[in-house]
Write a protein that binds this ligand. Sequence first.
Ligand code: NAG
Ligand code: NAG
Ligand code: NAG
Ligand code: NAG
Ligand code: NAG
Ligand code: NAG
Length: 511
Amino acid sequence: MLGNRRNLIFRVSIVINIAVLLYAAMHLSVNTAPGVEWIPITVDGSERSAELRYLGREDVRNDTEMRSIESSVRNLEESTSQKTTSTMPTTNKTASSTASMVDIEKKISAVPSDADITNETLDLDVVDENALSEATLTRLKCLLTCTDKDFASQTVQRGEFWVLKNYVRADHGTIQCHETITYTTHAGFEFLDNVLPLVERWMAPVSLAIHAPGADMAPTVDSIRYLRDCTGNELIRQYVTFHIFFPNKHIPSKIQDPEKFLLTPYNCTLKPPYDVNSSTTYMKEKSLLYPVNVARNIARDAAVTHFILPSDIELYPSPNLIPRFLNMIARNAKPLNTSTKPRVFPISIFEVDAKVQVPSTKTELQRMLANKTAIPFHKFVCPNCHNIPQGLQWMTAPETSQMGVFHVGKRHGKYVHWEPIFIGTHQDPYYDERLSWEGKKDKMTQGYVLCVKDYDFMILNNAFLTHKPGIKHYVKNPKREAIAGRQTNFVKNVIMPELKKLFGTRSGCAL
Ligand SMILES: *C1O[C@H](CO)[C@@H](O)[C@H](O)[C@H]1NC(C)=O
Ligand SMILES: *[C@@H]1O[C@H](CO)[C@@H](O)[C@H](O)[C@H]1NC(C)=O
Ligand SMILES: *[C@@H]1O[C@H](CO)[C@@H](O)[C@H](O)[C@H]1NC(C)=O
Ligand SMILES: *[C@@H]1O[C@H](CO)[C@@H](O)[C@H](O)[C@H]1NC(C)=O
Ligand SMILES: *[C@@H]1O[C@H](CO)[C@@H](O)[C@H](O)[C@H]1NC(C)=O
Ligand SMILES: *[C@@H]1O[C@H](CO)[C@@H](O)[C@H](O)[C@H]1NC(C)=O
């Protein structure tokens, strides 16, 4: 079935390629501007189904091929198009479609020439910011010099927790570390309704750590099966890798073998297993705290890409973030090529009204900010936590055609308590595993280390995250306040002295 679908996609994409080629030829005869964007960029996901967008992505990838033809049409001396046999890096294509692709390539591509990827002035000539050409991928490989990681299932210990790493793996096959970004996140099973909207917008690997103590294990496994079998599209199987972890004092009575349960399709007439009253989970019944930073670190460690986006499962990224970001990295223009500091790339966060669609573009977001159906994240819960440097300017600056760095900020002064969500790498400091979600400020210690190490916070111009619809208001929770008070003292009296010894101090940095 998969093979047929791929073949279909492949045929559809050839037809589209030919159509676009004709269009390009027409267009080129009237417009000679180099690098002109002749592929319409539609990021409007609101009406198109995920399935359509999925198709769209596959044929977008094929513009590698169209570009080489375009170059030959234009008879450029330098072709940046590389012909390789790794046709579709993130999936395991069937032999037949690969073979036919090679045949077609032989017939239509006449200009293979090695692009000099070390040349600083190389013009990558990106025609479609929403796709990654072979030349861009080659450039990224050179710039990032990352090492590919393995993707094996393993049962490992982490402090007082057992971890079933890569318990249910995505079907994406081998991934090279430079070619995409992993969204790393975590949850209890009762939050898994977020997985589908998340992956529909991310369209790339997701590394998801699930806390499943005791009796929460069974509905967790059922939820994974439901998501893979019953949501009506392939994205979850394709991209989401599930890890499970639990405290050694709360080992589930039965740990099922995925090799076995994945063989039987889930009964999709049952209601989604994650659709429960969240105060009835085993975790809540036993009053366990949520080990948020253990979860974050597990998800991050399992990610096989160089760049990662550690985030909360209810934050949905703007579409096409990955190709646009990686094209920006490959261009390596200012300030990327001039700053020598370590860096991360914060993404602005917004909340939207429960009744509205999540915005797909910055322009749409700005219209929603104007009519108040969208607001900056946590405006009503903790306004200072998400005050971002030049936040107001960001909101008024128009969307641009390319992803870029809007502003380089520091976690100083007014922003000393900033808890940004950012694209980073495996080199960034970990989260302190002694802190719980209930205790709050669980990311502050990482923020402190980033500050001491003088990180540049390169805020992205067009990218944004939208919280699952529904604007949050502050609700007083005396039990949580008590836990938070204890955690604050612990951070102050125990963790801070440790961090000062390990990483030193820097003026302007605080927790
Ligand atoms: C599209 O064409 C390019 C160039 O021939 C090839 O490398 C790529 O794998 C194709 N993509 C798909 C989705 O078939
Ligand atoms: C791709 O599929 C082949 C045949 O099913 C299999 O042997 C191979 O291990 C797969 N590769 C990856 C990376 O999954
Ligand atoms: C699936 O569940 C429904 C509702 O509980 C039940 O009526 C049906 O028989 C089940 N189907 C299978 C194949 O088990
Ligand atoms: C969820 O369960 C708790 C405890 O059993 C109960 O007090 C609460 O009303 C339930 N909430 C909903 C929305 O059903
Ligand atoms: C950085 O990139 C810009 C734009 O591509 C270029 O003009 C500049 O010379 C580069 N600077 C360095 C130090 O490489
Ligand atoms: C607010 O703006 C958005 C985007 O233009 C639009 O879809 C929505 O209907 C508007 N809502 C109201 C209440 O005006």
